[in-house]
Each structure stands twice: as C-alpha cells, then as structure tokens.
Design a protein around this ligand. Sequence first.
Ligand SMILES: Cc1cc2nc3c(=O)[nH]c(=O)nc-3n(C[C@H](O)[C@H](O)[C@H](O)COP(=O)(O)O)c2cc1C
Length: 217
Amino acid sequence: MEFNDLVYLRHSVREFSDKPVPEDTLKQIITIAGRSPSWENSQPWKAYIATGLTLNKIKETWNEYTLKKIKGNPDMKTQHRVEFSQQSQENMAQFNEQLIKWTKDPELSEFIKGQGNLFKASAVVYLTLPKNASQWSVYDLGSFGQTLQLAAKNLGVDSIPAYAYVMYPDVIRKYMMSIKDDEMLSVGIGLGYATEHILNSFQTERLPIARYLTIYR
Ligand SMILES: Cc1cc2nc3c(=O)[nH]c(=O)nc-3n(C[C@H](O)[C@H](O)[C@H](O)COP(=O)(O)O)c2cc1C
C-alpha cells in the first residue's frame, strides 16, 4: 500500500470481529515495529500479546470491573483534563462532540461498553518499559506503537491504542505472569478486523499545520 494511503487509512477501531489474527501475522507486525528508532538503539520496549483463553480471562474481569465502575489505576499516571494545554483541551472537547454527533448517542454508551469488552479485539499487544525509564524511552515507545499500527494496517489488520487496555494492570499481571512489577504497563494496542459498527466509520480530524507549525527562515 502507498505510504500516504496507509497513514490516512489507519484509524482507531472500536469493535473487532471474532476473526483471529494469525500468530505469524502478529509476529510479522512486531518484527516491523522493532525497526523503530530509539535512543542509542536502546530498544527499551517489551511486547506481550494476549490472545485466546488468556485474553478471554482478561476480558471477563474487565467486563466485571467496568460494570462496577472500578476506578483505573494505570502504571503510567494520567493527567486531569484541565492540566492539558488549551490546544489539547479544545481538541479533546471537539473529539467528544463529534463522536456524539456521529453516533447520535449523547451518553456514548456504546463507546463505553466497547472499552469494557476490550473492543472485542482478537489480540491485545501490551507494551511495557522499565519503571525507571526516561522520558526519551517513552518517546521511543510511541514510535514503536505507531510503526506497529502502520505495519498492521499494511497487512490488513486494524488496531486501536488505548489507555482502556491498561487501566487495571494487576489484572493483566495476574494472567500474564511474566510481566514483572518493575515494568511499566504503558499502553495496550488492540488488533483484529473491523466490523461494520458505526463507531468504526467515525473519522477524526486534525488541526491544520498552521495551528502548530512554526518555520524560521
Ligand atoms: C495513548 C493513547 C491512548 C488512547 N486511549 C484510548 C482509550 O482508552 N479509548 C479509546 O476509545 N481510544 C483511545 N485512544 C484512541 C484515540 O482516541 C485516537 O487515536 C484519536 O482520537 C485519533 O483518532 P484515530 O486513531 O482514529 O486517528 C488512545 C490513543 C492513544 C494514542
């Protein structure tokens, strides 16, 4: 696929079909993501993939916790909305408004339900860094995640990166016991094949570059 098409076609999918992603494809995606740049080629990331029974067990607990509205306690601390920049606060507000308009669902109930089901992903890649990682390693992990999602799309696999996947890290550690306490469960990326759900045809916008680009000559 043409690179620009790939970039524009990738978007977050919030309901996956039950078709599994073959393990060879998962390995191919991770191999390509592994080509991402990192500080002095430190490659600080680790990737753990949950599929099948392991993922089902995580999904069960996730459903229960989200129904009970148990507060998330992610390893990577979240920031309150008002602590974001003005620019980001405006974009987040617009994201919510547009999503409500698109789904005609002021409560965003389907959106919320989807998170409880891990968006029905057939595989979830959990990305970790050492707990004492520097901000540079967080940068490296971001580039790993983006390369992963583009590699997936190029192989016909849809994705979503989500905080919602790592909000209960103890549950993930319970079922994926090789994830150590000194690792920071940073983000999860759901993989699978998109259904026709209305959430999956939602298109996000981007700021025009004039809003954030400065060129000095
Ligand atoms: C670090 C990170 C965390 C995210 N967490 C969630 C999440 O918990 N739930 C969700 O529905 N989307 C989540 N997203 C997806 C974003 O909402 C999405 O990337 C953004 O709106 C842009 O849309 P697009 O991915 O379709 O281009 C997350 C994205 C990133 C990069």
